[in-house]
Design a protein around this ligand. Sequence first.
Ligand code: FES
Ligand SMILES: [Fe+2]
Length: 366
Amino acid sequence: MSTQVTPSAQTLPARYYTDPQLYREELERFYFGMWICAGRSQEIAKPGDYFLRLVGDESIIVTRDAGGAPRAFYNVCRHRGTRIVTQPAGSFAGRIQCGYHGWSYGLDGRLMGAPHMEDAGFCREEYPLNKVHVEEWEGHVFINLRPAAEPLARQLADLPGKFLPWRMHELKLHKRIVYDVPANWKLIVLNYNECLHCPVLHETLNRLTNYLGADNETPQPTYVGGAMGFKGAAQTMSLDGKRRRDYLPGLGEEERQKVCYYAIYPNFLLSLHPDYMMTHTLWPRAVNRTEVVCEWHFHPAEMAKPDFEANDAIDFWDLTNREDWGISALSQLGIQSRAYKPGPYSPRESLLHAFDEMVLRKEREG
Ligand code: FES
Ligand SMILES: [Fe+2]
C-alpha cells in the first residue's frame, strides 16, 4: 500500500547535511542511541572470533564468549585507556590482551590478569571491559552503545515475522565491497528508498524492474520498506536478469517474484532477492562522508556447487551502487550550495518524507 505525502512535503534544510554540530548530535541520537547492525554471526562463528567496528570514533570489539554468547566491548583498556585490539578481525586465544602492560581480559570481559597490581589493594572485579549491548537476529549482529538499551526486538517491531521464508540465518557471506561515499549518511538512506531515479540513473537496473511498481508498506517508526516485482522475463537482479542459482529454499511462489527493500534505521539496508541477500551497513565518518559496507550472501547449498556463480549479482549491484553513490555525492555538493533551498517531494517519495519526519521527531525528543 502506498502512503501519500502532503502536497507541502519538502526536503530538509541544508544544515541536516552540512552542519558538523548537528552531525555529532545525530551520531548520538542514532548511532550511539539505537541498535545498529554491526555484521554477521558468521564472522564470530566460534568462541574468540572477533571483528572491530568503528562507530563514530568509538572502536567496538564484537566477539563470542566460551559459552557461545555474543559479546561486545569498548576497545579501551581499563588500566590506562589504551586501545587494545588493532587488527580489524581475527580470533582471540581465550584472552583479550592489551599490548601496553599486558592486562588481559576473558571473552566475557572480566579482567583476568593485571601484572604488578597485587600490592595496590587492587580488586580485579572492579575493572572489566566496558560492555556494549549485543544481540543477534537471523544471523545479523546488532550492537547498542546506549547503557539503558531496550531489547532489540522492540526496535525491530514486526520485522522478524516478515522475513522468515528467506531464512536469513542460513545464508553465508560470499563477497564484501567497502565504499567511501562523499555524502551524508541520510542521503544514502533517502536514495535507497525510491526508484523514481531508476530510469534516469540506472540503465541496467531499469531493464529488470518497473520503477513505478513499488509496493510500499506504511512507514513505521523504526523502518520503511516495500517490495518490487520484475519486468518481462527477469527473475532476479543480475546483469541480464537471469537467475543462476536455485530459489532460496523457504520461498513460496509469491516471494519468488519480488525483491524486498527495507531501510532499518539507522544504518541497515536489507535487500532480499529470490536467490540471495544483499546488505548495506552505513558508517558515518563526517557530516559529508559515509563508509558503506555492501555484502552479498548466498545459500551454502548453492555455494557448494562446482558451477556456483555470483558475479552476475555482484557486478550488477556494484554498478548500481556506484551510480547511487555518484548521485548521492552530487546531492551533497548541491545541498552545500548557498543556493539550495528545500525542494518539494512527489507523492511517490512518501518513504523519504517519512524518514525525514522520523529524523525531525528524534531531534524534538532530544
Ligand atoms: S594500558 Fe592496557 S595494560 Fe596498561
Ligand atoms: Fe538507485
